[in-house]
Structure formats: C-alpha cells, structure tokens
Design a protein around this ligand. Structure first.
Ligand code: FES
Length: 126
C-alpha cells in the first residue's frame, strides 16, 4: 500500500520529538479520524532554523510530518508557507488516494505555527 520512501519516513521518522525551547508550536487535527499533530519551530531572522514534530496518527501522517520537517528546515517563513500537503505527498513519491487527507495534518500544523508566530511578533510578545 505504501511505497518505500513512505515506509522509510514512517519507520525512521526525522526530527521527531518535543522542543521545549521552541519559538512557536503549531497544532492540527483531522476531522476525519481524530489524529493530531504538533510542530515545534525555532525561528531565526524569519528563517526556520530547527523543527521537530509529534504526530499521533497513522503511518501516512507520520511519514508526511517527517518529510515536511525535512522540506521546511532552513526555509524562510514565506517559503515554508507555500509548502502544501500535495508537495509533501509528491516528495514522498505519492500516497494512496485514501491517505491523502493524512498529509494535511503536517501542512495545517505548519501553517498554524506560522500564523501564530506572525500574530505574536505583531503584538511584540515573541
Ligand atoms: Fe488519521 Fe491518517 S488516518 S491521519
């Protein structure tokens, strides 16, 4: 059902874990299955310098989270914001159609983090 790349990111996820010193934490959840994700970002001069994640979800969700963290590390917030769940699925070599919604968790959590960060920096609290 999953290709080798997906299985690799699922069984050996990159950047997994908590980041207590994160500048911002983004969260997402799937209405379809109830799975959730948290993404932790360290941001230096509008650039993502470190990223970690915790995903309580299926194999496709974990693989997507892992791949997304690899894709956005080192990117500016502007660039990272452009990354869609389709981009993540493509980078993984594709996901089964029934599992495409799982890739939304990662993209949504990232967008949540960036939105919160922008809000906080606007009000001067980050
Ligand atoms: Fe819930 Fe995949 S089934 S994220």
């Amino acid at each position: 059902m999953y290709n080798e790349r997906v299985i690799d990111h699922f069984t050996n996820p990159r950047n997994v874990g908590e980041m207590p010193e994160a500048d911002i934490v983004g969260e997402s959840g799937s209405f379809k299955c109830g799975d959730t994700m948290k993404i932790y970002l360290k941001i230096e001069k509008e650039r993502i310098s470190e990223v970690k994640f915790q995903t309580f979800g299926c194999g496709a969700a974990i693989a997507s989270s892992s791949m997304l963290t690899e894709m956005v590390k080192g990117k500016t917030l502007e660039e990272a914001q452009q990354v869609t769940n389709e981009d993540v699925a493509l980078e993984l070599g594709g996901l089964p159609p029934l599992k495409m919604h799982c890739s939304n968790l990662a993209a949504d959590a990232l967008r949540d983090a960036i939105t919160k960060y922008r809000k906080n920096t606007k009000t001067g609290s980050a």
